[in-house]
Design a protein around this ligand. Sequence first.
Ligand SMILES: NC(=O)c1ccc[n+]([C@@H]2O[C@H](COP(=O)([O-])OP(=O)(O)OC[C@H]3O[C@@H](n4cnc5c(N)ncnc54)[C@H](OP(=O)(O)O)[C@@H]3O)[C@@H](O)[C@H]2O)c1
Length: 368
Amino acid sequence: MAALKYAGLEDTDSEEELPPGWEERTTKDGWVYYANHLEEKTQWEHPKSGKRKRVAGGLPYGWEQETDENGQVYFVDHINKRTTYLDPRLAFTVEDNPVKPTTRQKYDGNSTAMEILQGHDLSGKVVIITGANSGIGFETAKSLALHGAYVILACRNTSRGNDAVQRILVEWHKAKVEAMTLDLASLQSVQHFAEAFKSKNVPLHILICNAAVFGAPWCLTEDDLESTFQVNHLGHFYLVQLLEDVLRRSSPARVVMVSSESHRFTEIKDSSGKLDFSLLSPSKKEYWAMLAYNRSKLCNILFSNELNRRLSPHGVTSNSVHPGNMIYSSIHRNWWVYTLLFTLARPFTKSMVHTPDFVHEKQSFRCP
Ligand SMILES: NC(=O)c1ccc[n+]([C@@H]2O[C@H](COP(=O)([O-])OP(=O)(O)OC[C@H]3O[C@@H](n4cnc5c(N)ncnc54)[C@H](OP(=O)(O)O)[C@@H]3O)[C@@H](O)[C@H]2O)c1
């Protein structure tokens, strides 16, 4: 059952577990058969359940099927550079006579992006991820690229963007990844990015608005807006407007807004219940970093909901997501107190496979 374990679906008590001495194999055309090594015979039916099965779908991205000199089929996983006689599709078998499917939760808080994408071939899909040089954005970019997508890492710091691309290429030299410059604190930079992307004449299937600042000192951007509000919300809002036509042409397409549960702990209405615009980009006197972050995350959700309402009839969906609490990325780096809190919480929260070296460096803010 190694294939099931690899897919995060291990269930040792199930009737699917093979008795000792038995092995599950596949034929070239995807039928599952069972080898009994003790009695040296094979059969189509599962020795316990009596069911016949076949694999569903093709091989995961980066895998190839080969035949050795004895005529036995084996599998090469080019991404993880390993060879196995175990068909990876055994994690996704279907019964020959399917019975009513049971609902079963496949993923939970411990599932990784790689596990969730297991078995998906994203070749031909074009993805933009903002703030993809670190943290959640980087893990997402890497996982999508390792499953065949063409991923553009939209980063404000070009050398960090290129470094992130190199880290992905080390894992899979054929990954289609590219860094492009995007500084959400500058509406002009957002415009330049959108123009540069459009000049490539490629579709856009997935736009992940992930970049954010947290705990930033008060500072106005070159557009005269408070920086947390502009980077986390308005810059993304403008980016989506500029790329909307490409998204529509690429339908089915999707926008994902990486928000946060902290959106709950704020308000953007005044005492009479009306939207208070002055709260969105407050003056230095009225600024509190945590509240500014929470408001920007609330804006992410409100924007995503409205975007979905307007664009889903045209084949472009939008969803917002809370990625988890206090994940040890680089997000805490603007104040030592946040770093301390994230460090204390680290053993109990989701962990990142890769933690970049600059995780403790403070972010630089260009305050004109
Ligand atoms: N970590 C958590 O516990 C947590 C919880 C809830 C929600 N989230 C959300 O998850 C998302 C990703 O955060 P993370 O935890 O992965 O943090 P992170 O490691 O700090 O990543 C944030 C990314 O945003 C980029 N960025 C900052 N300012 C930018 C700008 N002006 N233009 C373009 N990119 C900019 C950063 O680039 P630089 O490296 O150049 O600064 C960095 O790559 C955020 O939306 C955050 O609100 C995180």
